[in-house]
Design a protein around this ligand. Structure first.
Ligand code: ZN
Length: 194
């Protein structure tokens, strides 16, 4: 049985379990749609990050802070398998290597295309950027809304979660860290606060 067939079967079982009739007309194609959706949600497991980067790491003498804002992402929370989505802001100080700008979005997509908790995802993203371009300093801020909070329990529909990680010079030099946070705050169009 292929992965696809297993997910179709699980979906039928789930529908039955919640009291539905998976053989009624409106639901007939649901298992195959769900299988397809899951293939997309979990694509990160099958992608090779080196292929995604495709050599877009350039030797460059730039020494100033680079800020990449508003990198959109979508993921599933690993506690409920419900969507969370938002934007990531990355700042780094190159140490001889820079990453092609569009690749930040690709790396973020790779990281987020599997279930996560937000706190862990930001660490994995930071690890990956550090591995790829070994910056002197790195900061990432992530702001996301979680459907498990919007829909269940507390029903905090406007609530969002912000978390950040700082590495290297951003960790050791508080004025640099401050500069990064200020630059993101001033220029981000996500919201007043990041
Ligand atoms: Zn959740």
């Amino acid at each position: 049985m292929s992965d696809n067939d297993i997910i179709k079967k699980l979906t039928k079982d789930l529908l039955r379990q919640i009291g539905e009739d998976p053989d009624r007309e409106g639901l007939l194609k649901t298992p195959s749609r769900v299988a397809k959706a899951w293939e997309f949600f979990s694509r990160g497991y099958k992608q090779d990050i080196e292929e995604i980067i495709n050599g877009a790491i350039f030797n460059e003498d730039a020494k100033d802070m680079v800020i990449v804002r508003d990198v959109e992402f979508f993921s599933l929370c690993e506690h409920h398998l419900l969507p969370f989505f938002g934007k990531a802001h990355v700042g780094y100080i190159p140490n001889g290597k820079v990453i092609g700008l569009s690749k930040f979005a690709r790396v973020a997509d790779w990281v987020f295309s599997r279930p996560h908790i937000q706190e862990e995802a930001v660490m994995i993203l930071a690890d990956e950027i550090e591995r790829l371009c070994e910056p002197k300093g790195l900061g990432i801020i992530i702001k996301a809304q979680h459907y498990c909070m919007k829909l269940r329990g507390v029903k905090e529909s406007q609530c969002s979660m912000v978390n950040s990680v700082v590495r290297g010079d951003f960790r050791h030099d508080s004025s640099l860290k401050q500069e990064f946070f200020e630059l993101v705050r001033q220029q981000s169009n996500v919201a007043k606060n990041y």
